[in-house]
Design a protein around this ligand. Structure first.
Ligand code: SAM
Length: 260
């Protein structure tokens, strides 16, 4: 491959991923803004609005690979702002303690600090040390492509959700339009690692990020994996349309599944 990550064995990938996010933790929010030109904020807003937490009462949520808490904060703000809900809770789970540290720091400045509404857990999405049938909502944003085994991550998501609970994933995806795809590839393969080396003096970590996006399965295949884990994805069960939403021509997409 471009950057030689293909030769990294599965058991080493976990250490590699840990290293990448330790290196970027302090700069993570800044880099996100720079690389996506702020667009990740709009996508995250859209993702949470679509889930509409608080609408049907308080939820117990698990935000996996939650990093610095972008999704958690939006869930709590949405539920409070729209439904005066101060009962919804989010547990932010991440494998990387440095990311969680940034998250904790950030929540100190919010009204959720020192309330039961938010908590942080260090853990691996593929082996959750959490009880089964517990959560109403499982979210994962820009995290699942880093799992060593996506299938194991999905299996665990299914296990910890209550029956009727919702799995929701926001992730970089496959651009379908060939022209857009060309422009996007050009940008991601040259501009992102360059920005990484300038802003974070860490080209290799950002090359890994780009590479992980390229290797993530296309929409149809990912939707099939979600169904294989035991979720209903609605829409057309042959995997064409219906079961996911593309954002910006597929640069990212939202996949949802309901635990039956
Ligand atoms: N969800 C946040 C957001 O949207 O801003 C953070 C996304 S960040 C690109 C990916 C996160 O996934 C990192 O914080 C990383 O530590 C975490 N991660 C990677 N592999 C993981 C695993 N197996 N279990 C839990 N977290 C993991």
């Amino acid at each position: 491959t471009h950057f030689g990550f293909k030769t990294v064995p599965e058991d080493e990938k976990e250490a590699l991923v840990k290293g990448v996010f330790s290196n970027v933790a302090g700069n993570y929010d800044l880099m996100n803004d720079a690389m996506s030109m702020g667009v990740h904020r709009l996508w995250k807003d859209g993702f949470v609005s679509e889930l509409d937490p608080g609408r049907r009462g308080a939820l117990r949520c698990l935000d996996v690979a939650g990093g610095t808490g972008d999704i958690a904060l939006r869930i709590l703000d949405h539920a409070r702002g729209n439904y005066y809900d101060r009962e919804t809770t989010v547990e932010v789970l991440d494998i990387n303690p440095e990311m969680l540290k940034e998250g904790r720091k950030r929540f100190k400045k919010t009204m959720y600090h020192n309330t039961p509404q938010v908590s942080f857990i260090e853990g691996n999405a593929q082996e959750l040390e959490l009880p089964s049938d517990t959560y109403d909502l499982y979210t994962v944003a820009f995290g699942i492509r880093n799992f060593t085994s996506i299938a194991d991550g999905l299996k665990e998501a299914h296990r910890v959700l209550k029956p009727g609970g919702v799995f929701a994933c926001l992730e970089f995806s496959k651009v379908t339009n060939p022209l857009l795809s060309m422009v996007y590839n050009q940008y991601s393969f040259s501009a992102i690692p360059l920005l990484g080396s300038i802003l974070a003096s860490d080209r290799a970590s950002y090359q890994y990020l780009v590479e992980s996006i390229r290797r993530f399965p296309p929409q149809e295949e990912f939707a099939r994996m979600i169904r294989d884990a035991g979720f209903s994805t609605g829409g057309d069960f042959e995997g064409k349309g219906g079961s996911w939403t593309d954002l910006w021509g597929g640069i990212a997409s939202i996949h949802k599944g309901v635990k039956l």
